[in-house]
Design a protein around this ligand. Structure first.
Ligand code: GDP
Ligand code: ZN
Length: 316
């Protein structure tokens, strides 16, 4: 049996990097498949596994064991609304690539992404790409959003993948770490990765090739070795980010500044900061200490999770 790490998953096949650097295709060969019925995929990119090599003539291996995960990132499966999709595991940090230019930044997208990384306190950096085409009002929006997120402890980066702006900062951040990178389709994530690691040669959704939609060509998360040290887990462009199997309190507890303030709510950690009396979060918003934007996005997420749970618990 050899130790390995999952670098790619296509559903039934997995690529596993062995300790000597060799990558071999593997199938699942163990009982753990049924461990958690809510998961569409029992194994994620980043998982540390034990594999038996050379189980068939083609040199494929069998995954016999998944080692316990330090952390993981999970979302609602884009295809099955009652299932969970494991995106990646054992990561040091995450980067959300966004842009204020094309495509339009979806309201609440950043906060949804943070809801995936916050449960394990995974450091998350918010990158604003395509700064080369920002108009004056975009620069104002940028400054506003930087203020909102830096105030609550998230790092931000200002980038232009095409003009090379900020790429050195990005490299410093990625060096020798395992980083999950994600974002809406078309924000320039592939262009960024190609700009810092040309050898990887990811396909980019060039507007001339794909009828202006910035369509993404990858379907599965994949881990790459960075030429300057570090591992990058690239995820497919995200259209919608939804959640399931969450309690309302999970949402409340993972808006970090709300959680910090909740010790002063009359109902403490069980306060959902909606209309409860003596709510310290609402007081802090009135004082301007907590961002209204975050609160607005929070309420929308609460409502969504509420509705989702209503249907989930009736099993329809
Ligand atoms: P992905 O879906 O996030 O991987 O996006 P792509 O890397 O495929 O890029 C989508 C489009 O945005 C392509 O036409 C890129 O050339 C363009 N793009 C990427 N980065 C930048 C940038 O920094 N500035 C500008 N102006 N365009 C960019
Ligand atoms: Zn409260």
């Amino acid at each position: 049996m050899q130790d390995g790490i999952i670098t790619k998953s296509t559903g039934s096949w997995y690529n596993v990097r062995l300790e000597d650097g060799q990558i071999i295709p593997c199938r699942i060969g163990g009982k753990f498949r049924k461990d958690d019925k809510r998961l569409t995929n029992p194994i994620a990119v980043g998982d540390k596994v034990k594999v038996e090599t050379d189980v068939d003539e083609e040199g494929a291996g069998a995954i016999r064991k998944i080692m316990p995960r330090d952390n993981y990132v999970v979302r609602q499966s884009p295809r099955k609304k009652h299932s969970l999709h494991l995106i990646a595991s054992n990561i040091d940090q995450a980067i959300i690539v966004t842009t204020i230019a094309q495509p339009k930044l979806k309201q609440g997208f950043i906060d949804r992404f943070l809801l995936m990384t916050e449960p394990f306190n995974i450091d998350t950096v918010i990158a604003f790409n395509k700064v080369d085409v920002y108009k004056e009002e975009d620069i104002d929006t940028l400054a506003y959003l930087q203020g909102v997120y830096e105030d609550i402890g998230y790092k931000t980066l200002i980038l232009s993948a095409t003009k090379g702006h900020g790429l050195d900062d990005l490299k410093v951040l990625l060096k020798d770490k395992t980083t999950l990178i994600g974002g809406q389709s078309g924000v320039g994530k592939s262009t960024l990765i190609n700009a810092i690691a040309a050898d990887l040669d990811l396909r980019t959704g060039d507007i001339s090739d794909y009828s202006g939609k910035g369509q993404h060509t990858t379907t599965f998360a994949e881990m790459f070795e960075l030429p300057f040290g570090g591992l990058l887990i690239d995820t497919p462009g995200i259209k919608n980010l939804s959640f399931n199997y969450l309690e309302l309190a999970d949402v409340a507890h993972n808006f970090r500044e709300f959680f910090a303030a909740s010790s002063d709510c009359r109902f403490g950690g069980s306060c959902l900061h909606r209309n409860e009396p003596g709510c310290a979060v609402k007081a802090a918003i009135e004082e301007g200490e907590i961002s209204e934007l975050r609160y607005f996005n929070y309420l929308a997420l609460l409502d969504e999770v509420d509705e989702q749970n209503y249907w989930e618990r009736r099993n329809v």
